[in-house]
Design a protein around this ligand. Sequence first.
Ligand code: AMP
Ligand code: ZN
Length: 140
Amino acid sequence: MKEKDCIFCKIANGEIPSKTLYEDEMFRVILDLNPATRGHALILPKAHAADLYGLPEETASKILVLAKELAVSMRDRLHCDGLNLVQNNGEAAGQTVPHFHLHMIPRYVGDGQTLGWAPGEATQEDLEEVRAVMTRQDAL
Ligand code: AMP
Ligand code: ZN
């Protein structure tokens, strides 16, 4: 299903041209216009889902299989030294385009990119509180 005015729906379905690396019935893989590194690609499902919460299970289960194939291809063809998968959900997490996409960011020794987070601190009580919330039988 396409969403009116969604730029990634239009790209995924070929209405707006893109540098496409791969396409099948369910996905289009494109190069990011503002790449973090050489080869930065986005896996776009063709059917609109704003984020991971709304992603159909079949799409969710197939996307990592595709990501794995692309990862091998990036390693072998771009000769990257590493690879980050990034997937943002919600503005608070840095999502700027509200159509689910999985970033594949090849990494090169000395590429100067900074991805990641500042390690925080948690007490055993903090960890236990989260564990209890997340494993409550009525919550999942
Ligand atoms: P996010 O911040 O996770 O929502 O990522 C959105 C990504 O889409 C950014 O890395 C942008 O550079 C990229 N982007 C936005 N518009 C386009 C476009 N028309 N073609 C390719 N990449 C795009
Ligand atoms: Zn869309």
